[in-house]
Design a protein around this ligand. Structure first.
Ligand code: GDP
Length: 590
């Protein structure tokens, strides 16, 4: 019997990493995924189960095993001391698109605004807090399941509770299932919010039946242990009850953290802002973070200059489960990096240097990037193309932008392919589609929501927003032109007939002659010709006229030349030199 090879992978892995692990070409893997109905890019994460299926279908003699996320557990179960205090639960809201995640989050935050406390959200960060019965709840504005997968890879099971939103008029959908899987994998507690119950078409019973029969989530009223709350994000009905349930679930978890230890937590957002420099969202997991602290997160460090809560209010100290925005990082840390506190700048630098070396080592061992892959494919097909996704505010403008873009594509030098289009803001799905590293997203009169922007930054997807069509087209045109290989342009400048040969070495020729047309200058190129036959290409090193260094020699004048050559040439009097310049010129589209 053949011996199966055991390979251990994390519970989610990018297509590129899996290919590397299996020692398979990425394209084979992408092809197999495609056959299974999954359109994936090299940077896309697939979960362990999918990886197992693909390995089976490929008939590989490999036994995939899930790596125990030891780091995760280590972090999750910080050895708590006697003095550990209760901390607010960290809650993520997930669910299928349009089922009401955003509305629900708004509705939850509004309950607090009514108390006149928060005064509305003044800045977009990825986490908020609300208060129910004098207890805080931390809410994560989920930047997409993939981002969460990245967080988990970084060794953090961040969420204690996942609220899964299911629209009562639409039922369980693919992303609902994904959310359930995510929560279960992350060991988070699930609370189902059956939303939109104000609608006539709402059918909560159907949702419950689907969850119970297809996903083994049985509502309490049927003797199960899954909490399901019927809510309306629109009218606010039962939002308080939902929060009560979240707290109830949290109580069963006994969520505690130490505060008398050095602060530690996770980077949940980072971007640059004019005037403020680096603006970094952190979620404190333990300890008390204060202005003046030296932070290290991955390869970035800094001293906390300002620290704000999610409403923009200055904080003097932030304890466990508190989301904050800090300025002062010298460079941007990455989403999902763990931050810790160090004594001083010297220590911060030492640690970031180590982290950098570690990261470079890891990077060196990872596979080709999406961009590399695309380049490889381009080389293979020898075609130049750019892929674009177009989003616009209304159907009319979408049509005209797309029509104008198509006109740019003359089809001969660079092909412009519209791989996606739609009405509405740039979405996570657009970013996912464009994550091959070579697709540009054009937005016309639409927005890039902060959560989506984060994802775009993380996946290095180019999103370009315009309000004027011709500016968008100009940009597309110059992007296409950048794809064109530069043109080699040779310009003839003069000719000379050789009258004397003074030296013919392997690397240098010294000749004299008469300029028969145009002019000669130093540092240009020349073709050496014997009749019609070209003997070599040489470079003019120096030029002399009447034994003097010359900058130019014109038609009818005699001169001496030192030429750089790569081979010994057998020259004869009467041979000619044709002088020319050679430049690389950026090509333009017709
Ligand atoms: P998301 O994609 O999950 O974030 O969904 P949104 O919060 O953007 O909501 C999608 C659509 O459903 C929007 O048009 C909302 O106004 C609507 N919606 C959300 N919650 C409710 C609700 O409780 N009742 C009704 N009638 N509409 C809702």
């Amino acid at each position: 019997m053949s011996q199966e090879k055991v390979l251990v992978i994390a519970d989610s892995i990018t297509v590129g990493e899996l290919a590397e692990t299996l020692k398979l070409p990425v394209t084979t893997l992408i092809g197999e995924l495609f056959k299974n109905g999954i359109v994936a890019t090299i940077n896309q994460r697939i979960d362990f189960e999918t990886a197992t299926i693909i390995v089976e279908e490929l008939g590989l003699d490999v036994d995939l095993q899930k790596k125990e996320a030891s780091h995760t557990h280590e972090r999750k179960t910080h050895q708590l001391s006697e003095k550990a205090v209760e901390r607010p639960p960290i809650v993520a809201v997930m669910g299928h698109v349009d089922h009401g995640k955003t509305s629900l989050l708004d509705a939850i935050l509004k309950t607090k605004t009514v108390e006149g406390e928060a005064g509305g959200i003044t800045q977009h960060i990825s986490a908020y807090q609300t208060v129910r019965n004098n207890r805080s709840i931390t809410l994560l504005d989920t930047p997409g399941h993939e981002a969460f997968a990245a967080l988990r890879q970084h060794g953090a099971t961040l969420t204690d509770v996942v609220i899964i939103v299911v629209a009562a008029d639409d039922g369980v959908k693919p992303q609902t299932v994904e959310a359930i899987r995510f929560a279960q994998n992350a060991n988070a507690k699930i609370v189902i919010a059956i939303n939109k119950i104000d609608k006539d078409t709402a059918n909560s019973q159907l949702v419950k039946t689907q969850l119970a029969t297809e996903h083994n989530l049985n509502p309490e009223e049927w003797g199960g242990d899954t909490i399901m709350v019927e809510v309306s994000a629109k009218t606010g009905q039962n939002i308080d009850k939902l929060l009560d349930m979240v707290l109830l679930v949290a109580d069963m978890e006994e969520l505690r953290a130490d505060v008398d230890v050095p602060a530690e937590g996770l980077v949940i957002e980072s971007h640059m802002e004019t005037g403020r420099g680096s603006v970094v969202g952190l979620l404190v997991e333990q300890g008390q973070l204060k202005p003046g602290h030296f932070l290290v997160a991955g390869t970035a460090y800094g001293k906390v200059r300002t620290m704000l809560d999610f409403t923009g209010k200055t904080l003097r100290s932030a304890g466990p489960s508190t989301p904050v925005t800090v300025t002062g990082f010298k460079e941007l840390p990455q989403f999902g990096d763990v931050f810790t506190i160090v004594k001083n700048e010297k220590e911060a630098r030492r640690q970031t240097d180590l982290a950098r070396i570690e990261r470079e080592k890891n990077a060196a061992s990872t596979n080709v990037t999406g961009a590399d892959l695309l380049k490889m494919m381009n080389q293979q097909h020898d075609t130049q193309e750019i892929n674009v996704i177009v989003k616009a505010d209304v159907q009319g403008s979408l049509t005209s932008v797309m029509d104008s873009l198509r006109l740019l594509d003359t089809g001969d030098m660079v092909t412009l392919r519209i791989v996606g289009s739609g009405v509405g803001n740039i979405s996570e799905n657009d970013i996912r589609l464009a994550a091959d590293g070579e697709t540009v997203i054009y937005g016309f009169n639409v927005e890039l929501p902060p959560a989506v922007k984060r994802l775009a930054m993380r996946d290095k997807v180019q999103v370009r927003l315009f309000k004027v069509i011709y500016e968008l087209l100009d940009d597309a045109r110059s992007t296409m032109e950048e794809k064109l290989a530069p043109e080699v342009v040779e310009t003839e400048v003069g000719t000379l007939t050789i009258k004397g040969i003074f030296r013919t070495l392997k690397e240098e020729l010294i000749v004299g002659g008469e300029v028969t047309s145009g002019k000669i200058v130093p540092n240009i190129l020349a073709r050496v010709k014997h009749g019609d036959e070209q003997l070599a290409e040489v470079e003019v090193m120096s030029l002399q006229r009447q034994k003097q260094e010359a900058k130019e020699v014109f038609e009818g004048e005699m001169c001496g030349l030192s030429l750089k050559t790569t081979k010994k040439l057998l020259l004869e009097e009467g041979d000619t030199l044709e002088f020319f310049t050679r430049e690389l010129v950026k090509r333009k589209l017709d």
